[in-house]
Design a protein around this ligand. Structure first.
Ligand code: SF4
Length: 942
């Protein structure tokens, strides 16, 4: 494209976008006034979408007369999303105007879950919570405070608040989401996410549904299409014919859990035919460590011979037998992958890696193809995520917590990627701990997690949870069991910073409260987002700062210093000062760029919403380590070079190899390659780890190199009449809890039937629309069937995006059915009383609601399946599907939580705990990533 109308960082032809020079007064004709030509004037204010993790830029059109947001469109100044959005972006407007949203702080008035609430004030809630948290800290019950986050939507703000409190209280949703994949990537390169350069690839292999959902979906999807437009071939692995698979050149529909077998067959093809990048493998794989374990030769050709020997078992025929995919198809894609050379981009995020036990091997075996082809940090290849991400240094960095929280990091899972969050009810029921103060934020575990009834049992037991606070813009299944429900802003009502690995560059995105920025443009002073948000809706940044201030008003606990203004000591840090400091001091190039437009850095970010820090990051692993970073160096037999110079600090230091130092206290500085000291990868070896010393030393030597093994739903592990249920796929226009408060999205997607192949359906005597029972290990659910050839015969699938429910008619009414919950000891039943109906509200559209269904809440009927290594919940279920009973109705659910306990214990018994397998008396390898890392001495087992 030679000419760009919009000359911003999007670098694409976006003729429909208003030039930024006219963002202060953009004129459009009022469509409602047609045929009259009535002009409306808008102030265009950027912010960041919060409807998935991609953090695309939005541009709010704020009417200069009414002061209301008319619409959201894409922000062409955003380098990641380049002015484009999916349907969920513009639907942010529905969330702002949602008639059912929570507008005021609420306090429980009856029993937990009874649905009785009274309005309270922010002051009362803050003082009560601050006193409770202070007491827990002072009485050394710090492990009783927990913050549990679903979608963080920010880069570290709240983690630093918890660090300021001195607690190891961070809990995330990651182990029900992406831990499987993260583990596989981390084992290879020390960083847990891929950053594929799809746009420049020759061959793209997706084990995901990136053209409709997936991680960084819109930014990646548009680059996949760029790649395809440039001639790239697209291979998609998905048992289901997803919308992404329909765009593929090769749709591979494997038996779930067999993906790694196919990938290893492709790897074997590359190895046996010498089609890999020999120089790259020789220089950048830790093959010497592997050969050393065998005590044999140390020559690269010996390693090549061993590779050929080890992987020869993974023939196309073997892969075909495991996966049910034709030999010919596997051979064809192997040849295609081989033809890509270093322009091979690939991605697996949730999908297969989140479905089965050992799912982490899918990402590990996928990245092995990149590692064989040398397609690592190359144009058209895959970069480690941290190199394509920019995290600025904040105004304060509190120290690492002086404690280890066993409730989130139990010793049975020393190699888990993230907190064992979904086991919380079981760990508390085991008597391992109790919680005094429990926050959830953008998180709805009763609905999202497996085994939701066990969560209800936990939340309704005051001996297990003392005070539960739901921070949420909208009603959800978990919030009904809260003591406090505190209303937080939706995406356009809050501040956050983001940077994600959307392509080979580094950018920083700024989410901001649109109305605050619009009114500031008019010269108003806005001190607090509650002044501009609906009702008393607040934003979390300000909430956490104020809560922290009140926990330690006099500063005696040493906490207050982290939320104190530098400009006006003795007063609480404000939001403008917080972001001003970051933009002034931590973002290279931003002050200069802002000055060129006569703006301060904060004004620049408020005006444009994003800043491109750097393009084309390239091969950081191959950079030479600067001589100033080397002093008194020591090199070990594997080429690891240690130095006495401390690790450099400063903004956005790309992670250097940072595992343990040498015996004399030097830190790892780099890796000797061809006589030069290079930066390498942040792994224990400094190289790409074909051989994982970590797995080997921590009790899993049989898995120390990429391999394939039978999953919990392998054919050999299924019982009589059992089949596999795929339960993980997203619907393109829904996103867990928060999108349900968007009427446009609900109108498009409001049901989740069971996908079933015609041959399978015929055996069951079932047709589309007939009800079926899906029986899991702990109960069943009832759902209509959808007979389709878009699923592998014998496998069934149901999206997890539906089945939202509420206990009374109050609350969200556009996608939450009203249900009756019956409870007899361990046995729980949920039955729909009322579907979705039109209703009267300030929004006339709610009278036009025509859909009645809200789908079924299948996750409730799943027990926990924690992978013994990654800690990932393995979502796929071995189920029996049969025609429904005469009394069954859509959405019916039955569960026995005593059975959930049995399944939990069965999976717990598969672990290899740190106190038996740790090679060095620690709880976890120190080099592995961990949110809110405790101080090093707390890694030691007691
Ligand atoms: S992909 Fe869609 S939902 Fe996600 S951030 Fe972008 S616009 Fe929002």
């Amino acid at each position: 494209m030679s000419e760009t109308f919009y000359p911003g960082p999007s670098r694409s032809h976006l003729a429909a976008f208003p030039p930024k020079e006219r963002w202060d007064d953009w004129t459009e004709l009022d469509p409602k006034a047609w045929p009259q030509r009535k002009e409306r004037h808008y102030s265009l204010v950027p912010t960041t979408c919060f409807n998935c993790e991609s953090a695309c830029g939005l541009l709010a059109y704020v009417d200069k007369v009414t002061g209301e947001i008319q619409k959201f469109e894409g922000n062409p100044e955003h380098p990641g999303s380049r002015g484009r959005n999916c349907a969920k972006g513009p639907a942010t407007l529905n969330q702002v105007t949602d008639p059912d949203r929570i507008l005021y702080p609420l306090k429980r008035a009856g029993k937990r879950g009874e649905g009785k609430w009274e309005r309270t004030t922010w002051d009362e809630a803050l003082d009560t919570l601050a006193a409770r948290i202070r007491n827990a800290i002072v009485e050394n019950r710090r492990h009783e405070i927990m913050y549990h986050v679903g979608r963080p939507g920010e880069d570290g703000f709240t983690e630093r608040i918890l660090a300021a409190w001195g607690i190891d209280g961070h809990n995330s949703h990651t182990n029900i989401c992406s831990s499987g994949s993260r583990e596989g990537y981390q084992l290879w390169m020390g960083l847990d996410r891929p950053s594929p350069d799809h746009a420049n690839a020759k061959v793209i292999l997706l084990i995901s549904a990136h053209l409709e959902s997936g991680h960084y979906f819109n930014p990646h999807a548009q680059r996949v299409i760029d790649g395809k437009t440039n001639g790239a071939k697209l291979i998609v692995f998905d048992t289901r014919l997803s919308n992404t698979a329909t765009h593929a050149d090769y749709w591979v529909s494997p038996y779930p859990g067999s993906e790694a077998a196919i990938l290893l067959a492709i790897a074997n093809y590359l190895i046996q035919n010498n089609l890999y990048d020999r120089e790259f493998v020789e220089q950048w794989w830790n093959w010497k460590e592997f050969l050393a374990t065998e005590g044999k030769a140390t020559d690269f050709t010996d390693f090549e011979n061993r590779l050929k020997q080890i992987y020869q078992q993974y023939t196309f025929e073997f892969a075909a037998a495991e996966s049910g995919v034709d030999v010919q198809m596997i051979e064809e894609i192997a040849k295609l992958v081989a033809s890509a050379g270093s322009r091979f981009s690939s991605h697996n995020w949730r999908s297969a890696a989140s479905g089965v036990s050992g799912g982490w091997t899918v990402a590990r075996c996928l990245f092995m193809l990149n590692a064989l082809l040398g397609a690592v940090a190359t144009e058209g290849g895959v970069y480690p995520n941290a190199w394509n991400k920019f995290v600025p240094r904040p105004i304060y960095t509190p120290p690492h917590p002086q404690m280890w929280n066993e409730t989130t990091w139990p010793r049975e899972y020393p190699l888990s990627m993230n907190e064992m969050s979904f086991l919380l009810p079981h760990l508390l029921k085991d008597g391992r701990a109790k919680l005094d103060v429990y926050f959830t934020r953008v998180y709805n575990p009763v609905w999202t997690n497996p085994d939701g009834f066990s969560w209800i049992e936990m939340l309704t037991d005051p001996d297990l949870v003392g005070c539960y606070i739901a921070l949420t813009p909208t009603w959800n299944e978990t919030a009904y069991y809260a003591d406090y429900v505190l209303p937080m802003g939706v995406g356009s009502e809050r501040h956050d910073l983001h940077s994600y690995e959307t392509h080979d560059s580094q950018w920083l995105g700024f989410r901001q409260p649109v109305m605050k920025a619009a009114r500031q443009r008019n010269g108003e002073t806005i001190a607090d987002t509650r002044e501009v948000n609906p009702g008393e809706v607040w934003e979390e940044n300000e909430f956490w700062l104020e809560l922290t201030w009140r926990i330690d008003k006099d500063g005696t606990l040493g906490i207050r210093q982290y939320v104190e203004s530098k400009k006006n000591p003795g007063t609480r840090l404000g939001i403008d000062e917080y972001y001003e400091w970051i933009f002034d001091n931590s973002v290279p190039g931003l002050p200069e760029r802002a000055a060129a437009e006569n703006l301060t850095p904060l004004e620049f970010m408020r005006r444009y919403g994003a800043f491109e820090v750097k393009q084309k990051i390239g091969k950081i692993y191959d950079e030479a380590v600067a001589s100033e970073e080397l002093d008194d160096v020591h090199e070990d037999p594997f080429g690891r070079v240690f130095t006495r110079v401390p690790k450099p600090g400063g903004p956005n230091i790309v992670p250097l190899p940072s595992p343990d130092g040498d015996e004399d206290g030097r830190r790892l500085a780099g890796i000797k390659v061809n006589g030069q000291i290079k930066r390498g990868f942040p792994t224990p070896s400094g190289k790409l780890e074909f051989y994982s010393t970590t797995l080997s030393r921590w009790g899993w030597p049989e898995l120390s190199i990429p391999t394939y093994f039978k999953s919990h739903v392998h054919k050999d592990n299924l019982g009589e009449g059992q089949t596999i249920l795929i339960s993980t796929f997203r619907l393109a226009v829904q996103i867990h809890t928060r999108s349900a408060n968007a009427k446009w999205l609900d109108e498009i997607a409001h049901t989740n039937p069971l996908w079933i192949h015609p041959t399978h359906a015929a055996k069951l005597g079932v047709r589309t629309g007939d009800l079926v029972r899906v029986e899991t290990e702990i109960g069943y659910y009832v759902v209509p069937a959808w007979v389709t050839e878009g699923i592998k015969p014998g496998i069934v699938a149901c999206s997890h995006h539906m089945g939202r429910w509420k206990l009374t008619d109050e609350g969200q009414r556009q996608l939450m059915a009203t249900v009756k919950l019956d409870h007899n000891g361990n046995e729980w039943k949920l039955k729909r009383q009322k579907g979705i109906e039109p209703y009267r509200s300030q929004d006339p559209d709610t009278l036009r609601i025509w859909w009645k269904d809200a789908g079924v809440h299948q996750n409730m009927t799943f027990p926990v399946h924690p992978d013994p290594i990654s800690g990932m919940h393995c979502w796929h279920q071995a189920v029996r599907v049969r025609a429904a009973e005469p009394d069954d109705e859509p959405g019916d659910i039955f569960v026995d939580t005593a059975k959930s306990r049995e399944v939990y214990k069965k999976w717990l018994a598969m672990t290899r705990p740190a106190d038996q397998y740790s090679p060095d008396g620690t709880r976890r390898p120190y080099w592995m990533l961990r949110p809110l890392k405790p101080a090093r001495e707390f890694y030691k087992l007691p």
